[in-house]
Design a protein around this ligand. Structure first.
Ligand code: COA
Length: 349
């Protein structure tokens, strides 16, 4: 069995910076509220007409591929994690294959929201370990700005999210002292509707009884996305923020400890923890609970907001570019998000 290394890493964030004050033009909020509750100062929004989840992912991928010393033609599998695909179907993986003029390789799309990158990394790790593929491109990219409720009604969600992409190229390690040591994935579907975008969707389930009544009045073609759904803001993400917060501060430390225990290591052995950038307060809770120092945790939510599946690879890329992640460092990636889903990956860089 081969160990998997991250042979190249890249990131892309749009040029357009949107400050908290900019958001005040659309909704009743304040810089003070947003910074105090989330730590966010600004985020990036993609260009409305020229940038998509795929184009951002492709830009990050180009850098990762070059840094890995490879070309797009060397890649033999794509894994693309996103919650905001360019199309309902097909997924962003095939659009990446087209954009980078790659061979007719396989492309897999992962739908695990903020945990998407850790899930995608875990899948890629298994393919490399088994010897099936030698160069896997893993992308996490999200364009939130196209689908947020910018009225005061949606302010608890809209101020948090930003756009961006990160990518890595996975390869087999030359020796087994470096690379991904283990990955750990979890979910709790009981909480599926606490952080979700309900429509467009094919559901017709118990918890949306009222919506079923709306169906009676809808034309057949409207059932997938009716006017009533739009009136109820069900085409925008819904989030029960406090419930997400409470679960995240338990599950993130738990999955970090799971990764450390599996490898007979302790929190003090971690050189850099890259937590999913959901909220600076969540990261601070996690840091405190694990007893980590400031130099053991990397946060950049202040500048990018929550970029969902892109948050971990963007943060990892920045930490590496700044020399805060060096060869042989013990790096832990930890995620939590909609589903609920959570997970970790422990690697020797
Ligand atoms: N600006 C100003 N006020 C806002 C606001 C905003 N952007 N968003 C919500 N508020 C208001 C609410 O309306 C509420 O007002 P009320 O007390 O008059 O009813 C008040 O602030 C408190 O709302 P609440 O939702 O209880 O705040 P909170 O302290 O829990 O903070 C979050 C809200 C969203 C920042 C916080 O719950 C959170 O970060 N949760 C986790 C979210 C997350 O990580 N999501 C991604 C997971 S991957």
């Amino acid at each position: 069995m081969f160990r998997t290394i991250i042979a190249g890493i890249g990131k892309y964030v749009p040029e357009n910076i949107v400050t908290n004050s900019d958001l005040q033009k659309y909704m009743d909020t304040s810089d003070e509220w947003i910074q105090e509750r989330t730590g966010i100062k600004e985020r990036r929004y993609a260009d409305r007409t020229s940038e998509t989840t795929t184009t951002m992912g492709v830009e990050a991928a180009r850098i990762a591929i070059e840094r890995a010393g490879t070309t797009p033609q060397d890649i033999d599998f794509i894994i693309f994690a996103t919650l905001s695909p360019d199309y309902y179907f097909p997924g962003c993986g095939v659009l990446t294959q087209r954009a980078l003029k790659m061979k007719e390789i396989g492309a897999l799309d992962v739908r695990n929201q903020c945990s998407g990158f850790v899930y995608a990394l875990s899948v890629g790790d298994q393919y490399i370990r088994s010897g099936m593929y030698k160069n896997i491109l893993v992308i996490g990219s999200d364009k939130h700005s196209f689908g947020l409720d910018f009225s005061t009604r949606g302010r608890n969600v809209s101020v948090i999210f930003g756009d961006g992409a990160g990518a890595v190229v996975l390869q087999p390690a030359e020796d087994d002292t470096r690379g991904i040591l283990s990955t750990h994935l979890h979910c709790d579907g009981e909480s599926a509707e606490l952080l979700a975008m309900y429509n467009p969707g094919t559901h017709a389930n118990h918890w949306l009884d009222q919506q079923l009544a709306d169906f009676d009045n809808a034309e057949i073609g409207e059932m997938f996305m009716s006017h009533a759904m739009i009136d109820k803001a069900q085409n925008f993400p819904f989030m029960d923020g406090p419930s997400v917060f409470k679960k995240a501060v338990v599950k993130i430390p738990e999955t970090v400890m799971e990764a450390l225990d599996t490898n007979s290591l302790r929190p003090s052995d971690i050189d850099m923890l890259i937590p999913h950038q959901a909220n600076l307060r969540i990261s601070q809770f996690v840091q405190q609970k694990l007893g980590l120092g400031d130099d053991q945790v990397y946060n950049n939510i202040q500048r990018y907001g929550n970029t969902t599946s892109a948050s971990i690879p963007i943060a990892l890329c920045e930490a590496w570019e700044q020399g805060k992640v060096k060869e042989r460092d013990l790096v832990c990636l930890a995620s939590f998000g909609s589903g609920f889903t959570w997970g970790s990956a422990l690697l020797r860089w």
